[in-house]
Ligand binder design. Sequence first.
Ligand SMILES: Cc1cc2nc3c(=O)[nH]c(=O)nc-3n(C[C@H](O)[C@H](O)[C@H](O)COP(=O)(O)OP(=O)(O)OC[C@H]3O[C@@H](n4cnc5c(N)ncnc54)[C@H](O)[C@@H]3O)c2cc1C
Length: 404
Amino acid sequence: MRVLVIGAGASGMIAALTAAEDPNNRVTLLERHARVGRKLAATGNGRCNLTNLYTDLSRYHGEDPAFITPALEQFGVSDTLRWFRSLGLVTVAEDSGKVYPFSDQAGSVVDVLRLAIEQSDIDLHTGSEVISLTWQEDAFFARTQERLYAADRVIIACGGKAGGKLGGTGAGYYFLKGFGHTCTKLYPVLVQLKTDPTWVRSLKGVRAEAEILLTCGEELLQKNRGEVQFAEYGLTGPAIFEISRAVSVTEGDLCVTLDLMPQLTEEELFEELSAKMQRFPALLLENYLTGMVQNRLGRTVIRACGLPLEVPASCLKKKDLRAIATMLKAFRFPVTGTMGMDYAQVTAGGNKTDEFDPRTLESKLIPGLYACGEVLDIDGDCGGLNLQWAWSSGRLAGKLGGTT
Ligand SMILES: Cc1cc2nc3c(=O)[nH]c(=O)nc-3n(C[C@H](O)[C@H](O)[C@H](O)COP(=O)(O)OP(=O)(O)OC[C@H]3O[C@@H](n4cnc5c(N)ncnc54)[C@H](O)[C@@H]3O)c2cc1C
């Protein structure tokens, strides 16, 4: 059987390797970039968080997250780790459940896949962008600039729209639409947030462990705790990525409130600040929060309370101490949006999953057409869940409805 896999990213490479396990298949893998796995090589800040030991359904999103159940049951986290080990990849898990290659280099994950493809009979063509895909008389025809490929089965593994420079073209949505499939609205997720620039600008590069509240008007949308990084445009960092989905899909008056000292209550902070004033009355306000929060952050908190930096602590009134304590517990950053699809790690939304058989990932509309990975309406939380979906779905699609 002639099998054509479009896209040599995470899901496409595992799909092609799986399909090639059946000696009756002749597998062709087409990739528009000059190299396979370009996005994969950039994942996890260059470390590739390839899966998560605590993967479960509750950490996936889409119109019907349960769609992923058969794929995860057939090829879950331990199957994935065993499969990668068989390719020669040694991995290590952090306490958080995040799994990385032992080398700490995403390139190792790409390399074991690339080398396995080279050792197989897969016919790999890089620098080959599929520009059209059609179906006539029981065969598919994929056209690149150079040539026309005919196939009996096609697996669409083109990824989503996120991370544009690394491969997110949206071509998969286009091909599937041509076959009558429907796509939901697309949102950027796991992405930086844009906020009112007033305070974040001066904090560019500062990191803080904080409790984060995301609200829309009076409604609490999400609560989270972890590292926040300040940037010229707004807020970033792992904990911010985790709330970015809610920002993307919610319209309204969004605000991130940071509790910069979650270990103390506002009252305890007030007492601490009052005692400090008694002990060090000559201490300038620019140094008043030194030892409590990062210095630049401390000065910004003082300024955000409307207080001058160059006066001694003895000038502080009770209401000023109260204002500082309140600001440390609830520094508000009105959200103006996300940094958008080009900066996002993942696309939320995608081709509607009810148009595919969850047990095979074959299209219900066109026999012989399969899809896997981010092109489908499934996205996972931060922490290796998205790559796990790519591996599980790629493996399932590569079986082409059989039990290879
Ligand atoms: C910066 C960054 C960091 C990330 N870090 C992590 C992480 O640590 N852990 C995690 O779980 N997830 C992470 N992700 C998300 C994860 O990389 C994706 O969810 C995953 O790669 C999706 O796999 P995929 O196979 O569906 O798509 P992709 O990996 O994007 O692969 C799609 C491939 O198809 C090719 N293609 C597209 N159109 C065509 C065409 N017309 N013809 C030929 N080829 C085509 C593309 O060039 C690409 O190589 C990260 C994403 C980004 C952008």
